[in-house]
Write a protein that binds this ligand. Structure first.
Ligand code: ADP
Ligand code: ASP
Ligand code: MG
Length: 406
């Protein structure tokens, strides 16, 4: 008898018929196994709740926003439990707080501090299927928190780790992890296996098929994650430890991210301590900076540009304008029409000349590179947003991405 954690995303439980069909799949998997099912809110519910709150207030209180967003998942667990009952199965719905999923108090992006999972074990011991609300937890101050967008993936992985499950299956609307977003690149290939580090880079560079923190967690606790389709029976992609043979493929995936904006502070006096002052002002506003570029200094002045989440860019500009005035910079500029395209692969560690090929492929399409950043297994370029899809397809072609990955 195996202990399996399954997670079904929003599109998999978008309406009553889909919930009934998930219930049939869950019931079949529960045959001879212990089963914990984590679900997301139905369809676009979370987006709609965010939109609704914006109609009431442009900057809602984070505690109340979490209170609102957590309702989405609670609807799904009750409906799925009812659908399982209708199939003659024992099932018990449980919220994040009920399963003892403890977090810190950072509303909207809470971190898991502890899971005791006692109620889940009780349900399993009573031969019931445990149906758990993803995305939500309880802080030390007994406040309802949420784990960041896509956070049901994290709930599933964390429960799998806490319960020492045999596998954590992530069911979604694609049948695995592809070499690029299959909705953008029709030629993208399904990867049978992908290393934790690759998946982590892919997720943080825009491949939303898994939430990046869930991958971090899976790597830390060695949770075997299987990404597969809700609607098809085929095997999907295994996210696992790196194997030597994975390095033979140079580029495993191409990702893109259209959720950032570029902000620049112009003609800053070039002297020690200025960067600390500029980024100190951004950090004081809890804004996460991603890529940073500082131009060559001319006549004692320089420009600094960096990227921030699009939703934070107005606050970043306000903070920078204050710094600009204080240090005697010329002003602040911003651009929301940017995209970040990246190539990812553990094979990059042992192959040279990869960056040159990437830049040449973009140049050949007439695409100008505004910023560059690299890690050991990824290279990213910021380009004009309108070229994002063209760039992804060009890079996918150039590197014959994923070819040969077993
Ligand atoms: P869920 O609602 O099940 O959590 P998501 O919408 O969060 O599903 O994630 C699935 C989506 O991720 C797919 O529909 C696909 O468009 C997108 N995606 C982006 N990059 C990739 C990739 N490399 N492989 C597979 N899917 C990807
Ligand atoms: N419902 C939440 C969201 O849309 C969590 C999730 O689906 O993973 O972000
Ligand atoms: Mg998701």
């Amino acid at each position: 008898m195996a202990l399996i954690v399954q997670k079904y995303g929003g599109s998999s439980v978008a309406d009553a018929e889909k919930i009934r069909s998930v219930a049939r799949r869950v019931a079949a998997s529960a045959e001879g196994n212990q089963l914990v099912v984590v679900v997301s809110a139905m369809g676009r519910t979370t987006d709609q709740l965010v939109e609704l709150s914006a109609q009431i207030s442009p900057s809602p209180d984070p505690r109340e926003l979490d209170m609102l967003l957590a309702t989405g998942e609670q609807v799904t667990i009750a409906l799925l439990a009812m659908a399982l009952h209708a199939l003659g199965r024992k099932a018990r719905s449980l919220t994040g707080p009920q399963v003892g999923l403890k977090t810190d108090g950072a509303h909207g992006k809470a971190r898991i501090t502890e899971i005791n999972a006692e109620r889940v074990r009780q349900a399993l011991d009573a031969d019931a299927i445990a149906v758990v609300a993803g995305f939500q937890g309880l802080s030390d101050a007994d406040e309802i928190t949420t784990l960041g967008r896509g956070g049901s993936d994290l709930t599933a992985v964390a429960l799998a780790a806490a319960l020492k499950a045999d596998v954590c299956e992530i069911y979604t609307d694609v049948d695995g992890v592809y070499t690029a977003d299959p909705n953008v690149v029709p030629e993208a290939r399904k990867l049978p296996r992908v290393a934790y580090d690759e998946m982590l880079e892919m997720a943080s560079l825009g491949a939303k098929v898994l939430q990046s923190r869930s991958v971090e967690f899976a790597k830390k606790y060695g949770v075997a994650v299987h990404v597969r389709s809700t609607f098809k029976p085929d095997a999907g992609t295994l996210v696992t430890k790196e194997e030597r043979q994975m390095e033979e493929v140079v580029v495993t995936a191409v990702t893109h991210d259209r959720s950032q904006a570029k902000v620049s502070i112009l003609r800053v006096p070039d002297r020690p301590g200025l960067a600390a002052q500029v980024f100190g002002a951004i950090a004081a506003n809890n804004i996460v900076v991603d890529m940073i570029v500082q131009n060559i200094s001319r006549d004692g002045y320089t420009d600094m540009s960096f990227t921030v989440p699009r939703g934070d860019h107005a606050r970043a500009v306000t903070a920078l304008e204050a710094v600009a005035k204080k240090v005697g910079a010329d002003g602040v500029a911003h651009d929301e029409r940017i995209a970040k395209v990246s190539i990812v692969g553990v094979g990059m560690r042992s192959h040279s000349g990869v960056a040159v090929r990437m830049f040449a492929a973009l140049a050949q399409e007439g695409i100008n590179i505004q910023m560059i950043s690299t890690s050991e297994i990824a290279i990213s370029c910021v380009i004009e947003d309108k070229y994002a899809e063209l760039a992804v397809r060009a890079l996918h072609d150039t590197f014959d991405v994923g070819r040969g990955r077993a």
